[in-house]
Design a protein around this ligand. Structure first.
Ligand SMILES: Nc1ncnc2c1ncn2[C@@H]1O[C@H](COP(=O)(O)OP(=O)(O)OP(=O)(O)O)[C@@H](O)[C@H]1O
Ligand SMILES: [Mg+2]
Length: 686
């Protein structure tokens, strides 16, 4: 664009130079032609005229007959001096001009006005035409006209060049005018629009007559005009030779578009800026696509980060869970076996409470990592929430009102009821913390169907359980982080920052998701979306008894775990419950023992072990003796596809478990002991 404009200018200027002539025609005329007749330097002027080949310089007598002829005249008119001297100069005119009497008219005009100047077609000797620039001056002696000096120049080439230039300008105008993808227009030095193409009209919405003459700052947003952006752009273009930028611009109808703008200065031969060429492109769509790409990239980054944190947290929590299983189990047994002693029993209770709190923490971490052992049931949400209402009211204190509102008919939701209780409690406690001066918490549930997937939303029918408060709310920067594990604003020791991580993990593992809406000063609403329960799911409700004791049914149990701490604990519990226990440190070892002991009634195995996993062991055992019961004790939902098949089939006991939970679990399995001999505990260690 720039070079084209610049060169166009150069062409135009060189055209001007041609007209002015390289050595000042006026000077020659004066010095030579008015003095040739009588000056002493006659021979010098003759020499000069005779050496000029670019101009035909010759004289006519008063009636128009040629009286002198120079080489320039010979060169481009084609006549030798001998052929032309004494003949009438009208022979150089075209027949039409001759007919119109132009030759004599020219002489008359020259003698009357003192000078005649014109351009027109003239004839060469060979009959071809050339475009001539002609000057005729009368020569007088005193008052008497004695002849004419005639200077003719062949301008055919210049005329052709000018025509070509006009054509190219015309083509250029058509080209620019026809471009519709780019607004291409010119500004004068102060920024007023002086040309307007179809693209400009299409993109900006103004017709040429509406905009030409107006300052281009009207395309800028008011705040940018105020900040001086339009003038600044021209200054940069003027100083740096180019201005290029993207930004919002306004259309005639007031809507915005994202524009890519280039401004080039247009300079004349002296380097002075005579205007600006401006090219604007509407790249709103491209910019939007780019923004979407960035959002997607950010989301991907976030999900990868969460995935990594999840793996780490899940791994740590899994190991911790095993340790806690050993601790709670052993403490449980100790409490049971030791007589009450005011000096030791409170310490024991204290240790148990500490371990239980640790267990809750690891549960939350597992929940966030979506590695929690969930017992999905068909949960009646209103019933569950109402069942907790006393507890909720006690946790939030008297300054805060709780409102509950549920849809009249609400299908059951698919989730783990115990986990949902702790999720709900966390939401309520969060709301309470956001209401330091009191306020209102609303717990609502309704059924919503999602017609098509969008973002985290998946299509289907859901129960939406919402907890909202009219408390402090959160700025966007915080709201986007609250589901990250360990993110808390509550200070060290006050919050773990795992509450919402757990809620999100639970929702995800149940087949749903959570949504957070918050506004500073207005409050927060958190929605838990849970899929509707399928018919096969068991219904939640029956409370688990916390009583445990020796069962009547004495079983032979094979306990399998790769962690000796956990194994010892499980064995001690089973033993305490009165069962005969065999132990194995790995799946492979368990298989050997199982084959050697046909009296085994029940196998309780860990899931995640080196070598044979719990599920694989179960498969092998059921191949050997299909009637044998196998259950998996795990604190870690291994979601690998290989184990998915067994996950649904095998009874599962969540770790860490208490003596009472183990007793209940075995009771629920309703195992039948085969008749066999003495009770014994065999420890096999490899
Ligand atoms: N209803 C709410 N109003 C305002 N801020 C909230 C609300 N709920 C959560 N938050 C913010 O989100 C953060 C994370 O919440 P989350 O429940 O995950 O952890 P926590 O409450 O800080 O710790 P914990 O749940 O272990 O007590 C909170 O620290 C708080 O800043
Ligand atoms: Mg919380």
């Amino acid at each position: 664009m720039r070079p084209a404009l610049a060169s166009r200018h150069r062409q135009l200027s060189s055209g001007n130079n041609l007209t002015a002539g390289p050595f000042g025609l006026g000077g020659i005329r004066h010095n030579k032609l008015t003095t040739q007749q009588d000056g002493p330097d006659d021979s010098r002027y003759r020499l000069l005229v005779e050496s000029i080949t670019d101009y035909a310089i010759y004289m006519l007598d008063a009636t128009g007959h040629v009286t002198s002829w120079n080489p320039g005249a010979e060169r481009f008119k084609g006549y030798a001096a001998g052929e032309v001297l004494g003949t009438h100069f009208s022979r150089f005119y075209t027949p039409e001009d001759r007919e119109a009497g132009r030759p004599l008219l020219a002489l008359a005009a020259a003698s009357k006005a003192g000078r005649f100047e014109a351009e027109g077609w003239r004839l060469r000797k060979d009959g071809t035409r050339f475009w001539a620039h002609v000057v005729i001056d009368p020569i007088r002696r005193g008052n008497e006209l004695i002849g004419f000096a005639k200077i003719t120049r062949d301008l055919t080439e210049r005329r052709a060049a000018e025509k070509a230039l006009r054509q190219s300008e015309e083509q250029f105008r058509i080209l620019v005018g026809g471009v519709t993808d780019y607004a291409i227009y010119m500004l004068d030095p102060i920024g007023k629009v002086i040309s307007w193409n179809a693209g400009a009209e299409r993109i900006k919405g103004y017709k040429p007559e509406e905009i030409i003459g107006n300052h281009f700052s009207r395309f800028y947003l008011p705040e940018e005009v105020e900040a001086g952006a339009p003038a600044n752009a021209l200054n940069i273009a003027r100083d740096a030779g180019r201005f290029e930028k993207e930004g919002w611009r306004l259309r005639k109808d007031g809507t915005r578009f994202w524009a890519h703008v280039v401004i080039d200065p247009i300079t004349d031969d002296d380097g002075d800026v005579v205007g600006f060429a401006k090219i604007t492109r509407d790249i709103t769509e491209r910019a939007e696509a780019q923004r979407e790409l960035e959002t997607a990239r950010e989301a991907l980054y976030q999900s990868q980060k969460m995935e990594a944190i999840g793996q780490l947290t899940g791994g740590v929590a899994h190991d911790f869970n095993n340790l806690l299983a050993a601790i709670t189990g052993s403490l449980d047994l100790l409490r049971k076996r030791l007589p009450y002693d005011p000096r030791t029993t409170p310490l024991l209770e204290n240790a148990i409470q500490g371990a239980e709190r640790g267990a809750i923490l690891t549960q939350r971490m597992l929940a966030f990592a979506r590695k929690q052992e969930l017992k999905l049931k068909a949960v009646d949400i209103p019933q569950l929430v109402r069942g907790m209402s006393e507890f909720i009211r006690r946790s939030i204190g008297p300054n805060i009102d709780v409102r509950m509102r549920f849809a009249d008919v609400l299908p059951r939701a698919q989730t783990d009821p115990h986990q949902l209780e702790s999720a709900l409690l966390n939401l309520v406690v969060n709301a309470r913390d956001a209401l330091p001066n009191g306020g209102e918490i609303a717990i609502t549930a309704d059924q919503v169907s999602v017609p098509s997937a969008q973002g985290e939303r998946r299509s289907g029918s859901y129960v939406r359980l919402s907890v909202s408060d009219n408390g402090t709310g959160m700025p966007a920067g915080i709201a986007s982080k609250v589901t990250e594990p360990f993110f808390t604003t509550k200070g060290v020791g006050k919050g773990t920052g795992l509450g919402l991580s757990m809620v999100q993990g639970l929702a995800g593992q149940s087949g749903g998701w959570i949504e957070i809406e918050s506004e500073v000063g207005k409050g927060t609403r958190i929605d838990l979306w849970l899929p509707l329960a399928t018919i096969e799911l068991p219904t939640a409700g029956l409370a688990v008894t916390d009583e445990a004791g020796e069962t009547d049914e004495r079983l032979v149990v094979l306990a399998v775990d790769d962690d000796p701490l956990v194994l010892t604990n499980t064995v001690a519990m089973l033993d305490d419950l009165g069962h005969n226990v065999l132990v194995a440190n790995s799946g492979d070892e368990a298989l050997v023992i199982f084959q050697r002991h046909p009296e085994i009634d029940f196998v309780l195995t860990d899931e995640v072990m080196p070598g044979l996993s719990g599920s694989q062991l179960a498969e092998k055992i059921q191949e050997l003796r299909p009637m044998t019961n196998v259950a998996v004790a795990s604190g870690y939902a291994d979601l690998s596809p290989a184990s998915a098949h067994h996950r649904t089939a095998l009874p599962r006991l969540a770790k860490p478990f208490t003596l009472a939970q183990l007793a209940n679990f075995i009771d629920d399995l309703d195992l039948q002991a085969a008749p066999h001999g003495e009770r014994s505990t065999e420890f096999l260690r490899s």
